[in-house]
Ligand binder design. Structure first.
Ligand code: ATP
Ligand code: MG
Length: 566
């Protein structure tokens, strides 16, 4: 492609809302354009990278017996009513109405539609295993679309669905996809880690997320420094840590605690440690109120709470709401004497005595609280966040944490959708059997963001060679210099002939502008026809190195061939 004619609108400044490098650089280097919140146009460079990612995914999905299909984006409400998700999916779903008043959604995912395909055509065990996939736009009206392609409201996803006659078949599909994902993300040049993950609020399932390690990731991974254990922090098991109990048998006492609103304040006031206080958190679980208790020095893990108290949405109650409901501020909450609100406590509080907690009245606390004696109705579960430096739940190693970007997820659905939609087949004995399903997603467009997060410097993007939109930048320093221009044209033709996609900078621009743009755009190789062309020499440089090599014009094609053959 001649840059003279290319739509590559590189920017001098990026909008302030672009906070992280991938968002900034994809805008700045002219890969994407924002249309509205969470919706982007992929400009020519962006589209080319997207196509590279898609191609890698296609190859690996096909190699794992996937068959590509294309389902409609627009899906009828009736299908979602069959699965019970039309109401459950909530505000993230984009809903539309046709001229007859019929309701549809723009697909946020395709379990219903693909199960409908199977129930119509798959009748016998002989027709499975079946693995169907597509690469297509998905629609989710995210609460906080941000970070460019990272969290869009319209984004490109690869979704594969597996259908098997039994759990052994599903296990195989899961393993095959797990391996295919390892290959895909390796081929994309990413440093990533599969981690155990949350299987959703309403039980069931088994799942791993593939996390690209990056500072700006929205997720946190807990992993062990000595064994294979790695999990999303949302589900990472937190074993109770031993702590010295007071064995305090005194009766509960209400004491005056003026202006005390935090665990730190109460500890100071009582000259005690946070291990001897209860952190009481009031949460809204859909339309219900619940209280969650953890040790004073711990944090509540919402996802774990949702597993114990199944609900679609969970959040901490806000201050105004707490004052209205309880008559006290959040810092004065406590479980003692609380009526009609289910209370769940973390395992670390079980059998503890001599604890302090709020009295649901500003300016007062209870002390000498004995969990078993004073709060007999409370149930105990793992409800807290695991912290860096704690013991691994599996071995005796130490837990480390890292930030990550979820680029893919593999999930055993079991019979959730096949049962609801009646996707049954006859087994070998001629008996109707519900199909076992799995679903496997990759955030194709998010891979672009994740890659740039991992591969950039202060000058721009540094594409891994498998994803670069072109193989090399070819720059003519001075287009008015006939020898330089002729050599550039010749190389451009030869490189294309040899099968390379070249971005040929033949613009009437200053050399500095051309070099800066090349660094910003981030192609793996830069070839420059400059003054030394009179000696038959061009400059040859890799984007990830500072070394500028002088190479004979005749050797360029072989050199780039070697590089891309590796
Ligand atoms: P998240 O927790 O990030 O919202 P998810 O669990 O909802 O993701 P899945 O339903 O498993 O995502 O979708 C499969 C893949 O699609 C994810 O692993 C992720 O890479 C990508 N993805 C999900 N939501 C978005 C989005 N809003 N923008 C871009 N990619 C997304
Ligand atoms: Mg999501």
């Amino acid at each position: 492609m001649r840059m003279k004619h290319a739509l590559i609108p590189t920017l001098r400044d990026v909008p302030a809302e672009a906070q992280i490098p991938s968002h900034q650089l994809l805008l700045k280097a002219g890969y994407i354009q924002k249309v509205t919140a969470g919706m982007y146009t992929y400009l020519p460079l962006g589209k080319r990278v997207l196509a590279k990612v898609e191609q890698i995914i296609r190859e690996e999905m096909d190699a794992a017996d996937g068959q590509e299909i294309l389902m409609p984006i627009t899906q009828p409400a009736e299908l979602w009513e069959e699965s019970g998700r039309w109401d459950a999916y909530g505000a993230e779903m984009f809903r539309v109405v046709d001229r007859h008043g019929r309701e549809f959604c723009l697909g946020p995912t395709h379990e219903e539609v693909v199960t409908d395909v199977c129930r119509q055509f798959i009748k016998s065990y002989k027709q499975v295993p079946l693995r169907l996939y597509q690469i297509q736009n998905k629609y989710r009206d995210e609460r906080r679309p941000r970070f460019g392609l990272m969290r869009g409201r319209e984004f490109v996803m690869k979704d594969l669905y597996s259908f098997d006659i039994d759990e052994a078949g599903l296990d195989q599909a899961y393993q095959d996809m797990y391996q295919a994902y390892n290959k895909i993300f390796s081929r994309c040049g990413l440093t990533f880690r599969p981690v155990l993950a949350d299987s959703g609020q309403i039980g069931g399932g088994y799942t791993h997320e593939f996390m690209v390690l990056a500072e700006n990731g929205e997720g946190t991974i807990a992993y062990c420094d000595s064994c294979d254990y790695a999990a999303n922090i949302e589900i990472a098991e937190a074993k109770p840590e031993a702590c010295e109990d007071k064995h305090d048998a005194a009766a509960v006492e209400k004491i005056v605690t003026p202006n005390i609103a935090t665990i730190e304040d109460i500890c100071k006031f009582l000259d005690d440690t946070p291990q001897n206080s209860i952190k009481s958190v009031l949460m809204r679980a859909d339309d219900e109120l619940i209280m969650v208790l953890v040790r004073g020095d711990r944090e509540v893990n919402d996802v774990k709470v949702q597993h114990v108290h199944p609900c679609l949405n969970i959040e901490m109650a806000d201050e105004d709401f707490i004052v209205e409901k309880i008559g006290a501020h959040p810092g004065s909450l406590g479980p003692v004497g609380l009526k009609d609100i289910p209370i769940y406590a973390d395992l670390e509080l079980e059998n503890r005595t001599g604890l302090a907690c709020g009295a649901n009245e500003d300016g007062y606390h209870f002390i000498h609280v004995d969990m078993a004696r004073d709060l007999p109705e409370v149930t105990y579960h793992d409800l807290r966040m695991l912290n860096e430096g704690e013991k691994c739940p599996v071995c005796s190693g130490t837990i480390q944490t890292a930030r990550g970007i979820e680029v893919g997820q593999v999930f055993k659905l079991g019979t959730k959708y096949s049962e609801a939609l009646g996707a049954t087949v006859l087994n070998e004995e001629g008996k109707a059997t519900v199909l076992q399903m799995g679903c496997y997603g990759i955030g194709v467009s998010r891979v672009l963001s994740a890659t740039v997060e991992q591969h950039h410097d202060d000058k721009g993007i540094i594409w891994p060679k498998t994803l670069a939109p072109y193989h090399a930048s070819l720059i003519v320093v001075n287009i008015k210099d006939e020898a330089q221009m002729a050599a550039g044209e010749k190389l451009y033709a030869e490189l294309q002939q040899a099968g390379f996609d070249i971005l040929f900078d033949d613009r009437k621009e200053r050399a500095g502008v051309k070099f800066n743009d090349a660094d910003l755009i981030g192609l793996p190789v830069r070839i420059v026809c400059g003054k030394k062309i009179s000696d038959g020499i061009v400059e040859y440089k890799y984007r990830d190195s500072d070394e500028v090599l002088e190479v004979s014009v005749d050797e360029v094609v072989d050199k780039i061939k070697d590089f891309y053959q590796d």
